[in-house]
Design a protein around this ligand. Structure first.
Ligand code: FES
Length: 248
């Protein structure tokens, strides 16, 4: 292969018309500054318009472009092709999710899990929302790391527990639950911890830590889940000893 080219090997699959997934190879022009998403867009624009994949922002913000690149969950907009310059760039849909078409996976299950931890500020009295709640820098610092999550789901693709047990609420939803529990404006911690203090909640996590390795934004979901285990246990003990102090 000339130095001016790079070989992409992309998983193709249309459930309903294809009997099984297969790889398709594309030899495309190489640029030193190209990211994997650039390669996919070159294929779509110049070689094969039928290739399906998601993307939007091209700057690591929207979280929509995740795929497995040479076996590792990555944002395709943030992964340089030069990392794999001496070999083939193999692109698969994110592991552990059903495939809708080619690299596009079904995210409904993740969205349901996210909704189950109420990923927004909860106030017991909705009238409270009309008033101002000042946040000091130290208040924001308490949840800043978890708030960086962009819902890209790379952590679910990396998680062996989610692979073996799809009911597991999983890393990103747990990290975002902690983000709101730590927010001084929020009053929904009891309900979130009741949801997470279950086998399919935080207790399924065996602290492998691959989720934190895969996160492109520096969130540490594995640590967040261990913190939630502590908070859920504390809540459970309070519920036993001081039942009126805990809702539900
Ligand atoms: S395209 Fe938005 S994060 Fe990659």
């Amino acid at each position: 292969m000339p130095d001016t080219d790079v070989l992409f090997r992309v998983k193709r699959y249309r459930p309903g018309s294809d009997s099984r997934p297969r790889y398709q190879e594309y030899r495309i022009p190489y640029r030193n500054d190209m990211v994997v998403l650039d390669g996919l867009n070159y294929i779509k624009d110049h070689v094969d318009p039928t290739l399906a994949f998601r993307w939007s922002c091209r700057m690591g913000i929207c979280g929509s472009c995740g795929a497995d690149v040479n076996g590792h969950p990555k944002l395709t907009c943030g992964t340089y092709v030069r990392e794999f310059r001496r070999g083939v760039v193999t692109v698969d849909p994110l592991a552990n999710f059903p495939i809708i078409k080619d690299l596009v996976v079904d995210i409904d299950d993740f969205l349901n899990k996210l909704a189950s931890v109420t990923p927004y500020i909860v106030r017991k009295d909705e009238g409270d929302l009309k008033q101002e709640y000042i946040q000091y820098p130290e208040d924001v610092e308490a949840y800043r790391q978890q708030s960086l999550c962009i819902n890209c789901m790379l952590c679910y693709a990396a998680c062996p527990v989610f692979a073996a047990s799809p009911g597991f609420v999983g890393p990103a939803a747990s990290a975002l639950a902690l983000r709101y529990i730590r927010d001084t404006r929020d009053e929904g911690a009891d309900e979130r911890l009741a949801r997470l203090n279950t086998k399919s909640g935080v207790w399924e996590c065996t602290f492998v830590g691959e989720c934190s390795v895969a996160c492109p934004k520096g969130v540490d979901p594995a640590a967040a889940i261990q913190t939630l285990k502590f908070l859920a246990t504390t809540r459970h003990m309070r519920r036993l000893l001081m039942p009126k102090s805990v809702s539900r």
